[in-house]
Structures are given as structure tokens and as C-alpha cells.
Design a protein around this ligand. Structure first.
Ligand SMILES: NC(=O)c1ccc[n+]([C@@H]2O[C@H](COP(=O)([O-])OP(=O)(O)OC[C@H]3O[C@@H](n4cnc5c(N)ncnc54)[C@H](OP(=O)(O)O)[C@@H]3O)[C@@H](O)[C@H]2O)c1
Length: 278
């Protein structure tokens, strides 16, 4: 495996600013030339984040299964590198990482955005769907971490952002499988912070509320605080620029849920039932 020495020849020494003040993570002040790998960049939040990064002058590697959609997001930009992969196949993630290192000799920021969402309730458990969600959301994240962490640790500079969800903050109706995978990602980011922060590496926990994307297009229930994927992308990059650990949005919705989860269970269940009717 190709692991770059620290620091790499093409690495911008000023790419990340040290954590300072309220910042728990390194801050990005200038995206120009930064090497960012967006995994899950073909549609929705990942696609808009990749587009915004390209617009800000970053070099962006775009990964997901749908190559044509990735090419479309890349839009012929010479700063873009299309690296198709299936996140559930470790060998494909590792091969894409090798290609990325050959092209860039290192990576500054890895954003794990890929995710699968399917509603599920206790009377309709389906092992095929359960395995798929666990594979994409959880095992997929570990495939990426196992692949990129040696590179980031050897560089001694850079960061990882993992897109979880506010559905991982506490149990919600219809999120019987999706919710636990997202709760695990929140726990994973918290655990990673202990290992990565002392090494000067950033770990950004990203918890969106409802975002208008293909994943939510089929939702039949009301989605309070729904925002566009463009707005979600701007929130993610702004959170990283400020060196936040917990990047959550839109605040009017996510803060409400963060408060609700602090309530005693009796009140929590009653409140969520009242609000959702479920
Ligand atoms: N939308 C929301 O309201 C919301 C709220 C909270 C959190 N999130 C999270 O945000 C992330 C992005 O979701 P989204 O709403 O933007 O959904 P989306 O438009 O469906 O995007 C999902 C992305 O994941 C990729 N993906 C799925 N399975 C994959 C696989 N096996 N290998 C590689 N890539 C795979 C898809 O690409 P391919 O199909 O081309 O592989 C696509 O790029 C997810 O982690 C989701 O859980 C979304």
C-alpha cells in the first residue's frame, strides 16, 4: 500500500489552521488546491458538497457507484478526479485510494457521505434490507477509515468528516435500522476524536436534519425544517472552516431534537409521539 511520508511534496503547509479558541478541530481557511475525497458524491448532499468544493478551487475526488452521475457532477473540471467504487466492497475502496494517492500523493480531507435510508418498523423487518443498510452506512464507513487513516496519520495533517444524522441522536419512529447505524457513526466519531485530535487531525461529525435529496423524495410524512442540498453543503463546509466537531443543521430543528433527547424517557417518548403521530 502506498502511504505518503509527512508532509507530502504537494501538500500545502497552510492547508489546515490549528484548532484555536472554541474550535475543537483544525480549521480550513482557504479551499484553493486542497485535496478532498468525497465518498457518496453522485447525488444529494455529497454531490452538492463536491460542486461547492470545486467552485471554491479545491481538488475533488468523487466516489460512488454511478460513474455517469459522478462525471456529471465533475462537469469536466480539471480539478476533479472520478473514482467510482462500491463502499460495501473493501477492495474497491482500497483501489480507489491507491489511484487517488498516485494522482495526488496524499489527501487533505475525506468526507464519508454515502448512506442508504429505508423506513422500517417492528412489524416489517426484512433481513435483506437490514444487511444493505448496515453494509453501506456502517461497514462502508469502516472500509473507508481502514483505508485512509494510515495515510492521514503518516501525513500528520488532514481530517475526516462523517455524515451521520440527527436520527442517530435518539430513537425515532420508522428508523429501526437507519437510526442505529447513524447512532453508531456518532459514537464512532466521538471515539475517533480521542485518537486523531492529539495527532493534529480533524474529525468532523456531521448531523443533518431533513435535506431535500433523492433519499427523502419518497417520504410521505412532514419534514420539519427541510432544507436544500445546496444549503446542507454550505453548512458542512462552513462547519469545517470553523473547526467545529459537531456540525448540525438546520439549528432550529437539530437543537430541538438535541434538547428532546435530554428529557426523561417518559417525556421524550410522549413528545415524539405527539409531534409525529407515530
Ligand atoms: N437527506 C436527508 O434528509 C439526510 C438527513 C440526515 C442525514 N443524511 C445522510 O446524508 C448522506 C447523503 O444522503 P442524501 O440525502 O444526499 O442521499 P442520496 O442523494 O441518496 O445520496 C446517497 C449517496 O450515497 C451513495 N451510495 C449509496 N450506496 C453506495 C454504495 N454502496 N457505494 C458507494 N456509494 C453509495 C450514492 O451513490 P450511488 O448510488 O451512485 O452509489 C449517493 O451518492 C447519507 O449518509 C444520509 O444518511 C441525509
Amino acid at each position: 500500500m502506498m502511504v505518503p511520508q509527512s508532509p507530502t511534496a504537494t501538500q500545502r503547509p497552510d492547508a489546515f489552521m490549528r484548532a484555536r479558541g472554541r474550535a475543537m478541530n483544525p480549521r480550513v481557511q482557504n479551499w484553493q488546491g486542497l485535496r478532498v475525497w468525497v465518498i457518496g458524491a453522485s447525488t444529494g448532499i455529497g454531490a452538492e458538497t463536491a460542486r461547492l468544493l470545486l467552485a471554491k478551487g479545491a481538488r475533488v475526488a468523487l466516489s460512488a457507484r454511478n460513474t455517469a452521475a459522478l462525471e456529471d457532477v465533475a462537469g469536466g473540471n480539471t480539478q476533479a478526479l472520478v473514482l467510482p467504487l462500491d463502499i460495501t466492497v473493501h477492495a474497491e475502496v482500497a483501489a480507489a485510494h491507491e489511484r487517488l494517492l498516485s494522482a495526488w500523493q496524499g489527501v487533505d480531507l475525506v468526507l464519508i457521505v454515502a448512506g442508504a435510508y429505508v423506513e422500517m418498523r417492528a412489524d416489517h423487518l426484512d433481513m435483506k434490507v437490514i444487511d444493505k443498510i448496515l453494509d453501506v452506512n456502517l461497514r462502508g464507513a469502516f472500509h473507508c477509515l481502514e483505508t485512509v487513516l494510515p495515510t492521514l496519520i503518516a501525513q500528520g495533517q488532514g481530517g475526516i468528516g462523517i455524515v451521520s444524522s440527527v436520527a442517530g441522536l435518539s430513537g425515532l419512529p420508522k428508523a429501526l435500522v437507519y437510526g442505529p447505524t447513524k447512532a453508531a457513526l456518532i459514537n464512532l466519531c466521538e471515539s475517533l476524536y480521542f485518537d486523531l485530535s492529539p495527532r493534529g487531525l480533524g474529525i468532523y461529525l456531521i448531523n443533518p436534519g431533513f435535506v431535500e435529496t433523492p433519499a427523502t423524495a419518497g417520504n410521505t410524512f412532514a419534514m420539519p425544517g427541510l432544507i436544500s442540498a445546496e444549503r446542507a453543503a454550505a453548512e458542512i463546509l462552513s462547519g469545517i472552516e470553523r473547526g467545529r466537531f459537531h456540525i448540525h443543521f438546520p439549528k432550529r430543528f437539530t437543537n430541538w431534537l438535541r434538547f428532546a433527547r435530554l428529557l426523561p424517557y417518559r417525556w421524550y417518548f410522549s413528545l415524539i409521539h405527539k409531534v409525529t403521530g407515530l
